[in-house]
Design a protein around this ligand. Sequence first.
Ligand SMILES: [Zn+2]
Ligand SMILES: [Zn+2]
Length: 284
Amino acid sequence: MRTEGRGILCTSVHTHTTFCDGADTPAAMAAAAAEMGLQTLGFSGHGYVPQENFGIPPERVGDYCEEIRRLREMYAGRLEILCGLELDTQTPPSQREEAARLDYRIGSCHAVQDAAGRFWTVDDTPELLRQGIREGFGGDPLALVRAYYDQFVPWVCALRPEIVGHLDLVTKFNQKEPFIAEEDPRYRALALGAADALLEAGLLLEINTGAISRGWRTEPYPAEFLLRRIREKGGRVTVTSDAHAAAALTFGFADALSLLREVGFRSVWELTAGGWVERGIQVN
Ligand SMILES: [Zn+2]
Ligand SMILES: [Zn+2]
């Protein structure tokens, strides 16, 4: 796996462990974060998705929080550890309420619902995405994409999580297995409309390198035209790796910072135990 510099960044708060679909235990993630000299490590296990029996089931959340509490004490003075969840549009309300009592929440959409009420995941495999377009949206890729933004945006604006997860996740496979033209003004209008609504709601968005580390994309989410809009509107962003393994904790951070600088951002935000910290991005 490619490992590279993390630039000025000191935190990694979009991470997954063996409590959901990650490869490493929380203890292994914490050991790696301490080794890398990070200031803050945040755990954001997947909220439960009953339709697929995916994520951390409600009865396991207690163990998850307990293990993170144990690590927080163990690393006190060396590494700050935060306990969060990455909630999904399908996560049951009871777990959503429980998550509101944790250190932070990431609000994400990984699946769209069709008119018949069936859910189709957009980031599992290209085959499943194609099946969703075919069987759930009458073969119209744009209809699936529209449903994605239409379902994601009002939900996340109402949730008001600390971080909005991978805004244009629906395009995950589009570089390698194209199904829509991201230059198409109809697509752009949907994605830009979504970005505008989130910014008007004052939400903070992540620049997520997860699909790069997993070989699906060469650029982070959101796409550059969306980053430009976020910049123009004065939006706040944080850089995350969506790490599903300890080695990926700061994957692509330096490149993401360069991209943000190029697009005109002057600072990024990092979530620490003391709250959000703004870090200036130096111009070389
Ligand atoms: Zn996600
Ligand atoms: Zn994630």
